[in-house]
Design a binder for this molecule. Structure first.
Ligand SMILES: Cc1cc2nc3c(=O)[nH]c(=O)nc-3n(C[C@H](O)[C@H](O)[C@H](O)COP(=O)(O)OP(=O)(O)OC[C@H]3O[C@@H](n4cnc5c(N)ncnc54)[C@H](O)[C@@H]3O)c2cc1C
Length: 445
């Protein structure tokens, strides 16, 4: 090697490692502080990235990751892209208390999403198997992270019981069980007597059920908030109450314009991860990517169990009622969550009384001993892709990444997709490192 001064050239190890470390220690911005954003931030900081998370609310986990069904449910991995969903959708179209409701007013977004949903029907089996695999893989990360960070989230490992009121539903579940088994999830068929034995508080006549012992439940908001605190301790910078107005990227840098306390600011990072729930579609378009996420609204009620009698009358085992498509979770001693319904009506968080009332009636019928005077209603928007699979990975620009579109299973899948996302970002950082190392070596020569 020759130096410019003409003397012998010494390879600059210090410069080389500084350049390499700079390349490795990329500063990533995560947009969105729901379950997908916070788990992404956690997985990234664990890999040694510098991370800033931007969230428009005052606290993390305040939108869809606030009061969902609570199920960490590999057994609910069946994607909805089945012909029967379309038939039911048409049948229920004008019934206000139906589990699935469609605002018939056409919009380009809704129509294009529906067309892609129908196009994904031939992949129903493969996508169900893939989702089951992801859900199983997610568990170990969820549980390990909660333990490592001491997060209390009303976790209950008592299994999930699906029950069916007729032979048709039960027979379909037998087919789903085969797909779940292909994905690695065993579950067993149970008789009506066994249903009563598994969950004695449940009232009603049932045809049969399927029980998945390995599934569990927990409070998504408590987990998201607890993991966000852990992220903070590890060095993630949180910009709460900052609304992202626009984003851009050129492959080397990512640009974010934010609004905070009436002021706007422009921030620059090395790379960007979009975890913005139902708002991801708009941000992806600004970054040059198409992400056809549709907001599929759902409702929940959290029944406060005020006394010993109500607490004894509420189920401990998590349930899924196939006919009404409602799921339940027992959160601690004194809360019982019931969630479900799917409404295609754009970005709209109105809580409709005629959609909440059937949930309360369901509790009164199935659990007559519960006092339902204190019920907290909630609505959330599932960020749903037409094929029902989350979008995890790189965008068209090398420094743009997505971990979003988890639909009805974001709580269940979030830990594994965050882990996958960190792998994608690491691969990109290493690629950049290789080119920086090559460049540095050339500069030294
Ligand atoms: C009724 C119901 C029941 C459900 N039950 C279950 C269940 O039992 N099990 C399960 O696994 N899943 C369930 N889900 C799905 C799960 O809740 C979602 O998939 C998950 O919460 C989505 O998380 P997210 O991080 O993608 O979105 P969010 O939690 O919505 O997070 C996105 C965040 O991005 C922020 N953001 C967006 N745009 C901007 C911007 N411009 N600037 C700054 N911040 C921005 C938002 O404020 C928000 O905090 C249910 C969903 C619903 C609605």
């Amino acid at each position: 090697m020759q130096s410019t001064s003409g003397g012998p050239r010494v390879f600059q190890f210090e410069t080389f490692f500084k350049e390499r470390d700079r390349a490795m220690k990329k500063h990533m911005v995560v947009i969105g502080g729901g379950i997908t954003g916070v788990t992404s931030a956690y997985a990234l900081i664990q890999q040694g990235f510098e991370v800033t998370l931007i969230e428009k609310n005052r606290y993390p986990g305040m939108e869809t990751s606030y009061a969902n069904g609570g199920q960490l449910s590999a057994s609910n991995a069946e994607v909805w892209t089945h012909p029967s969903t379309l038939i039911k959708g048409i049948k229920w179209m004008f019934k206000n208390d139906a589990p699935l409701l469609m605002n018939p007013t056409p919009t380009w977004h809704k129509l294009s999403w529906m067309a892609e949903f129908i196009a994904a029907i031939p992949k129903y089996r493969d996508n169900t198997v893939a989702t089951a695999q992801l859900a199983i893989a997610s568990r170990e990360h969820h549980f390990a992270w909660a333990e490592a960070e001491g997060i209390e989230f009303d976790h209950k490992r008592k299994g999930i019981l699906h029950f069916y009121r007729d032979k048709k539903g039960f027979d379909h579940a037998a087919q789903v069980s085969k797909l779940l088994a292909r994905g690695g999830l065993p579950r067993r068929a149970v008789t009506p007597d066994e249903i009563k034995a598994i969950e004695p508080t449940l009232h009603g006549q049932f045809y049969g059920g399927y029980f998945t012992e390995s599934d569990s439940t927990g409070d998504i908001h408590k987990f998201t908030y607890g993991l966000a605190k852990a992220c903070e301790r590890l060095g993630v910078k949180f910009l709460n109450e900052h609304e992202v107005l626009s984003v851009g990227a050129n492959g080397q840098s990512a640009f974010v314009q934010v609004k905070h306390a009436g002021d706007t600011d422009s921030l620059t990072f090395d790379g960007i991860v979009v975890c913005a729930g139902v708002h991801g579609r708009r941000l992806a378009a600004q970054l040059g990517d198409r992400l056809n996420i549709y907001p599929v609204k759902g409702y929940s009620i959290t029944v406060n169990l005020p006394d010993g009698a109500s607490q004894a009358a509420a189920p401990e085992v998590s349930l899924l009622d196939d006919e009404t498509k409602l799921v339940t979770s027992r959160l601690g001693v004194d809360r019982f969550r019931v969630a479900g319904t799917a409404e295609y009506n754009g970005i709209n968080l109105d809580i409709r009384a005629d959609r909440i009332q059937p949930l309360i009636q369901w509790v009164n019928q199935c659990f007559p001993g519960i006092d339902t005077r204190k019920v907290v209603p909630w609505a959330g928007l599932r960020p749903m892709m037409p094929n029902m699979l989350p979008r995890v990975g790189q965008g068209k620009k090398a420094n743009v990444f997505y971990n979003t579109g988890h639909g009805h299973l974001g709580w269940t899948l979030s830990a594994i997709t965050a882990h996958q996302l960190a792998g994608h970002v690491m691969a990109w950082a290493q690629e950049t490192q290789t080119s920086v190392s090559g460049r540095t070596a050339l500069q030294q020569a």
